[in-house]
Design a protein around this ligand. Sequence first.
Ligand code: GLA
Length: 356
Amino acid sequence: MPPRRCSAFAPGRVNLIGEHTDYNQGLALPFAIVQGVTVHASELAPGPHGTAGVEAFAADLQEVDRFPLEQPPPADGWRAFARGAVAELAAAGMPLVGARLEISGDVPRGAGLSSSAALSIALCLALAELGSHAPSPPGELPLDRLDLARICSRVEHAWAGAHTGLLDQLASLFGAPETALCIDFLTLEIESVPVRLDGWRFAVADSGERHANAASGYNERRRECARACELLGVESLREARAEQLEQLPEPEQRRAAHVLSENERVLEAVAALRAGEAEMLGELMNASHESLRDLYQVSTPAVEATVERLLRAGASGARLVGGGFGGSVLALLAPDVPTPAGALEVSPGPGAHLIA
Ligand code: GLA
């Protein structure tokens, strides 16, 4: 019998608004982008000692990783995701087989467009499909989307050291063309919001500063929010009320003020999208950015320079996307405004899927 093969694709994402709200049980409004990561997998026969292994090839980097299927040791960079995907799928009880994996992608790496979630989702989908007793029916996945989001989030936490929320995974897994997702991280309800803005477009520009969630202040912000909750005696900032925030010391007060106001802006952005009020969306994006810069303090001089460049080029709104501390800036462009030099137009595309 020829070795089994399968391929999986997972997109990156942009977040229209609702930044640093996911791990605070708040609201966000991302969409999956057309760019993403593709993994081609084929079954690999066991080695000379009968041990099943994985051979992963990162085509864009021309790098290879080889590790045992059972209990892969930790590693850095993209290898952490490959090994973590195998280990976390196994820990979740998914049957796996030795595999050769070829990874390639067109989502910029480390630019705040969720290249790491796209990588872990595409890897997990390909590995789970290869290991399952029968191929998934067309249009279906070998495991539940929410379970997969949680498995991939464990890969980020335990293998890449970034204590991220579920924003990136849910956006990549549930995305659809012409659709943004209003995600409530308290209930994990996802509401589809049509993105039809009559010629208005979104574009992302790279600040040129790489960001790595684990190394950046991301985990520190998360701890500050947890501390704010402790001081207020609430389970999450979703339960906190604006009047209570005065009791908090700095920097917890600012951090919480960002989260509460950002949740409000998500609801306003959903209303603006539904009403086709693009200008209002641009204003909300600008307000979100100011809050991320001044209250949450996750911007950098390179990000600020990029925001200013985009606004000068005629953008109606510009804000950093993702964790911050570098990465990309998202701009909203009116129909008559040309795409600024070096910016990449992005639009909502399909969510993660197996490729027939
Ligand atoms: C990163 C994380 C997400 C989310 C954003 C900030 O992208 O991976 O979970 O917290 O930052 O909104």
